[in-house]
Design a protein around this ligand. Structure first.
Ligand SMILES: [Zn+2]
Length: 263
């Protein structure tokens, strides 16, 4: 199993990612960050040498935004993220499929859930087509709803999300804490997974904690996740956890796998 860590523009200048990491997911929050990666192309390429690379599109922008300009602008930005994938030999682009109702942010604005679904059906296939011409796979990430409420975002209901992904012909990036309300429901669609985001949290929150520091039953799920043998990105809060903790994550999962073998 390949393990990896996130990488942001602020990592360009420092001694990171750890050499033991097999996968790196480039994070973006906007246009200016695209420029930062482009400007430092050879330096970043050097850091990613011999590592599988994934790009995460900026989730602050929304393909299902309530205004036509918002949707058009996001598609344009995400197409540039596909181009960034080509620049760094990344074969997967992670995309939050729609507005994510959390921390008081409601990207969907006045739209109804039906409108959000309609916009998703209009916009996401356009991005997938663009990505296909560059041999990039779009992986839609499952999303949480906070506080517990009927979310407008798609990516919350496991079966609905999986059937949309089958309709679009793309893949799913499975984030275990985003899917904490129904981990088994999402695992039933593991054939759609491109890779995973691993971290922990307390129920009803998205805290990006180290494995075991939250409410997820890792004794139950670590062996199942390892058996999928998919690239896994640790997403720990980098204000709390150090580079060493990312290596500890790998140990945690490997120990869980050993425990499984001994049973
Ligand atoms: Zn994400």
């Amino acid at each position: 199993m390949l393990f990896g860590c996130p990488f942001g523009p602020s990592d360009i200048e420092r001694d990171y990612p750890p050499k033991e990491m097999d996968v790196v997911e480039l994070k973006l929050s906007g246009f200016d960050q695209l420029a930062a990666y482009r400007r430092n192309k050879s330096l970043v390429k050097d850091k990613l040498k011999n590592k599988k690379t994934i790009v995460h599109a900026p989730h602050q922008f929304d393909l299902t935004a309530s205004t036509p300009d918002g949707r058009k602008g996001t598609l344009h930005l995400y197409e540039q993220c596909v181009d960034l994938c080509s620049m760094f030999d990344a074969d997967i682009l992670v995309v939050h499929p729609s507005g994510w109702s959390t921390e008081g942010i409601e990207y969907a604005g006045e739209s109804t859930r039906e409108q959000v679904l309609q916009y998703a059906r209009e916009q996401i296939p356009l991005l997938i087509d663009y990505a296909k011409s560059s041999n990039v796979t779009v992986a839609l990430e499952n999303l949480p709803a906070i506080p517990e409420q009927e979310p407008k975002c798609i990516g919350y209901h496991a079966d609905e999300f999986a059937s949309l992904i089958r309709e679009f012909g793309c893949r799913m990036c499975f984030d275990i804490t985003h899917g904490m309300h129904d981990i088994d429901g999402f695992l039933a669609h593991k054939d759609l997974f491109s890779h995973m985001h691993l971290n922990d949290s307390h129920v009803g929150r998205v805290e990006h904690l180290f494995l075991g520091d939250g409410d997820i039953d890792w004794n139950k799920y670590a062996p199942q996740l390892l058996a999928l043998d998919l690239p896994s990105i640790f997403e720990f809060d980098r204000d709390i956890y150090s580079d060493d903790d990312f290596l500890r994550g790998k140990e945690f999962m490997l120990q869980a796998s050993q425990a499984q073998r001994q049973q």
